[in-house]
Design a protein around this ligand. Sequence first.
Ligand code: HEC
Ligand code: HEC
Ligand code: HEC
Ligand code: HEC
Length: 511
Amino acid sequence: MDWKLTFRVLFTATALAGVAVSGRTSLGVEPAESVSVALRSFNKAAEADGSAIVDRGRHFLGVGSCSASNCHGGDGTRGAVGSEYSIWIQADKHAEAFSVLYNETSQRMARLLKLDKPAHQAVLCLNCHAPQNDPPFARASSHESLSALLDGVSCEACHGAASDWLGPHVRRDWSKKSSAAKAALGFRDTRDLWTRGKACADCHVGEAGRDVNHDLYAAGHPRLFFEMSAFNANMPAHWDRNDDRERTGPSRDKSSFEAKLWAIGQLASAEAALDLLIHRADTARDDFVLIEKAAKYPSDETVAVWPEFAETGCFACHHNLDSPSWRQKRGYASRNAGGYPWGTWLFPILPTVVEVAGSADLTIAENPLARLTAEMARPYPNRTTVVSAAKELQAVLTKSAQTINSRQLTAEQIAGWMMDVSTVGMSASQQSWDGATQSWLSLTAIHQGWSDVSGTSSGARSEMSRQINSSLEQIRGHLEFPVDFDSPRNFTADPATAITTELKKIHDILK
Ligand code: HEC
Ligand code: HEC
Ligand code: HEC
Ligand code: HEC
């Protein structure tokens, strides 16, 4: 399993602090080594067959349309603005997303899945690693030319297919157009945090047509553990981070940027996961015809399996069977022993976010999240029940995001969030490594937001901040995987208790 990379991203999230972008100088543009390897090994037949352009509709025009030096291909001497392409091609992993489909892991995945095509030609992979169109992916990406695919995850994958907006966006009146008018042309306004969160979640959580399920994991795909604050901080910014913070919110309340990004990221990720769950419920078949048919795994779709293990806490199944077991001692919260712990990654802190938005109470007995979790714990969840609870919950999440997006936050409110998260985190950490890690990531992000709002000038505040940081550092130590392991092998009662102790300290410091 190749989780180390992803994992590193989570644990460098402390890079959140001091996000002002360093003025880059002279970004020479060199194609990454792996891209030229990809070029050499590309299957000629596919290339020939690929140049055929079928019905377009709204489609990607390719990086070539953005990279001119007087557009977005500047040399970085004047900071990020105007040098977006140069930063992307040089520093951003998205630019390599297609060429990784040639690496050993990808080749092995294709073999293990018995794909009828190599990974770099499989729509299954290309829809995330080199999309050529916005969903619903009108045309098969495998029929693209190599040069288009080489763009990997390019500008339009996040900013929207440009066939209708490329022209308009260089005209003078573009900046006066409303977000809605731009959206009507297919442009995604990534300044809006909900839009941004959803754009990332399309691939980092998944959606219909973009699905990393347990089959892909079993074949070796890294686990998708998306968390907005960490991933936003870890993407090499081709924008001005200070500007980004300042223009958020109704009154350019720079200060609450990190806290809002975290909260809205939680909501957008969960909303995307629910979409995928609904899609899986709708397309799974009781008679498993698809799976039988698929002695070879279809290279243009994911096989919908029900229930989908990828949504369940991985380490619930993948762990040592010690006796006596700390899990048995710990108990199973609201589950029966042996029930699936569904949604351990994206959902443990969510009730707090919804609560602070005031849209619903997901802690009371009868609520859509509790219904969903209970149904998904069963060996064969009822799909109708699941879909109706998921839709109800989605409505709550969307409403919460609107509320938070339009709010200006005070230091007291953000401190309140931290206290709430530390409380929920204490029980989430007892349940799983996922819950503990989400608690840590959440507190890291909100703490940054809190420091921004309250400033570090006041002596008392900065002493509190120092103590919180020291607890967060302790927690992080307990979360790291042991050397040579790709799982939290040592995460049992002791670290869970130690983490809970630190969370309690954070809670008490704020009180
Ligand atoms: C739902 C979108 C999605 C699909 C479908 C998908 N991937 Fe990925 N893949 C990702 C994302 C996102 C990452 C980065 C994960 C991270 O670092 O958090 C990734 C990472 C990878 C990596 C690790 C890259 C590295 O730098 O080491 C490989 C290899 C890979 N994918 C291969 C494949 C193959 C092969 C397929 C098809 C069988 C596939 N992926 C399908 C989204 C997807
Ligand atoms: C993985 C997603 C992603 C990709 C790929 C991407 N961007 Fe961005 N881009 C963002 C985000 C997030 C922001 C910050 C929010 C904003 O300013 O809209 C941003 C900001 C920008 C801005 C600044 C907008 C402003 O108002 O300051 C420009 C211009 C831009 N991107 C152009 C590009 C170009 C050109 C490419 C391709 C070379 C590209 N982007 C690729 C996500 C992406
Ligand atoms: C079209 C699909 C897609 C979209 C949209 C997308 N990503 Fe990615 N992202 C990927 C893939 C695929 C990779 C893996 C690339 C690789 O390893 O070569 C990746 C990798 C990353 C990485 C590096 C992870 C690592 O392991 O080093 C970060 C950080 C990241 N994405 C952040 C974001 C953010 C933030 C957004 C939204 C603004 C976003 N991505 C939108 C597909 C996407
Ligand atoms: C409900 C139980 C269950 C859950 C939850 C589960 N798996 Fe699995 N997993 C299995 C089974 C069963 C196999 C097949 C083992 C075999 O063939 O030896 C497997 C195999 C694997 C394999 C390949 C074999 C190995 O042990 O290396 C990987 C990798 C894997 N799972 C990753 C994951 C990831 C990542 C998650 C969470 C996103 C996850 N699994 C969640 C039951 C589960």
